[in-house]
Design a protein around this ligand. Sequence first.
Ligand SMILES: *Cc1c(COP(=O)(O)O)cnc(C)c1O
Length: 385
Amino acid sequence: MTLTSCLIDTDALGHNIRALRALVGPGALLAPTVKSNAYGHGLGLASRAFLAAGADWLCVNAVNEAQILRDEGIVAPIYILGYVGLDEIEQAMALGCDAVIYNAETLEKAVSVHALTGLVARFHVKLETGNNRQGLREEEAMALAERIQASEGAELVGVASHFANVEDTTDHRFAEGQLARFAAFCRRLEARGISAPIKHMSNSAATILWPDRCQDMARAGVAAYGMWPSSETLVAAVLAGRRRLELRPALTWRCRIAQVKDVAAGEFIGYGCSFRTTHPTRMAILPVGYYDGYDRGLSNVAHVLIEGQRAPVLGRVCMNITMVDVTDIPGARLEGEAVLLGRSGEEVITAEQMAGWANTINYEVTTRINDRIPRVAVSGQGSGG
Ligand SMILES: *Cc1c(COP(=O)(O)O)cnc(C)c1O
């Protein structure tokens, strides 16, 4: 077994999909977002678990992710929500993927690919409603939608937008404005006789807070992995009197202890001599560092779990090595398990806690766990099925 691995509880992933399905009902397409190696959970592994639990579509960021899914035999509809390069459009069409569109050049390229190959492009026009990231202003989006509808070899499948701050606050007036602009645009499209059957702008927070306003498709990411988008979203859901949604985290990141040793009082530990022992200390050396995605901001503040007990990180997190205090954990031994993220016995370190220590968000904690670390599917852990 490798020194470091991530155990992925596929029962938990399935539970989260079923919980989201119960929210949105049978009418909306459930399209979990599996970009960034499925938020660190393993692209193919998580995708299969989601589909087995009833997800309808998968959302990826880029063509190469869609290629991996197709190569693994996944035939479910895939929506590419990030930019598709002009030289990648033919690949997206050949894979039968839907893609977001917000450039006329993308359409022109697709039409010429169609003329050469007969392949058809399936597009979702991205409307700018206030996030000012990807997307087109109303008039531009309308013009592009009309051009797609009139183009040989391109199909207008949907219209999409994206919220700016729905998870950042419990005051949702800005998000409401975005929703209203989106709805108004959809009505104008219809009035012009332009058909775009799949309308979607809900991320996890919107899916949780307004499950009846997910239009035709819910693009939930973080919640599908059992994490709340933010504490604000949790508070807003409770304030809204929503029956409490139970999400189950699915990822346990663990490694094997590389050395256990004693140091005297007054010794410095690690680069920069940023920690000094005040008493005789037993340390465990872990073969994990910031290269693996264990953030350097965790230096001197984080804990890991050994034998169900908290072992504080001592000194700086190195590129490939981290030192922890096991003075009070007699069971710590060479090759014993250390849990960096997840549960050990009665103790748990959540992505939210780690995010707090490292001044970031749970999304970044799990997505940055190095892709080279094996993801191992586990199920039947008796986590309450
Ligand atoms: C990442 C992403 C999502 C999913 O967001 P979560 O907050 O993880 O649910 C949805 N839509 C778009 C366009 C995204 O980029």
